[in-house]
Design a protein around this ligand. Structure first.
Ligand code: GDP
Length: 133
């Protein structure tokens, strides 16, 4: 059993797609074990995406992630990290495979609907960042 960390990003929350996205996770054997809806502060978004701080899109990404409420989630399941990454699809919705979450609910490479941890190590750090308080 693994845990992974996910965010339903502001664009997908605005489009009223929380239920559809969680249903896709649940239908694929992922169980919601933690959840919190909130507006991220700039400090939280900057800290969460710290590894991208030197990328040209960093400030834009922080602005987008703080533009409205997000749903923070931890999923548990067999192979949860890889399973959720596969369900999300490629970072850029234009390149994501048909039927993936980012293809269905993404609006741009930035406003791509969801986040998912890229490794088990990242998942542990990200779950702790938002839920171990
Ligand atoms: P992920 O692991 O698939 O989420 O992709 P990355 O870790 O590379 O990027 C983190 C997040 O930054 C993505 O989910 C997007 O929201 C955003 N992002 C990635 N690449 C770009 C880009 O080229 N331009 C902009 N504006 N945002 C990007």
């Amino acid at each position: 059993m693994e845990k992974t960390f996910a965010i339903i990003k502001p664009n997908a929350v605005k489009k009223n797609c929380i239920g559809k996205i969680i249903a896709m996770a649940e239908d694929n054997g992922l169980k919601v074990v933690s959840a919190r809806m909130q507006n991220l502060s700039s400090k939280e978004a900057e800290g969460f995406y710290a590894e991208h701080s030197q990328r040209p899109f960093f400030q834009s990404l922080v602005k987008f992630m703080t533009s409205g409420p997000v749903l923070l989630l931890a999923f548990e399941g067999e192979n949860a990290v890889e399973k959720w990454r596969k369900l999300m699809g490629a970072t850029d919705p234009a390149k994501a495979a048909p039927g993936t979450i980012r293809k269905l609910f993404g609006d741009s490479i930035e406003a791509n609907g969801t986040h998912g941890s890229e490794s088990l190590t990242a998942a542990q750090r990200e779950v702790a960042f938002f839920f171990d308080k």
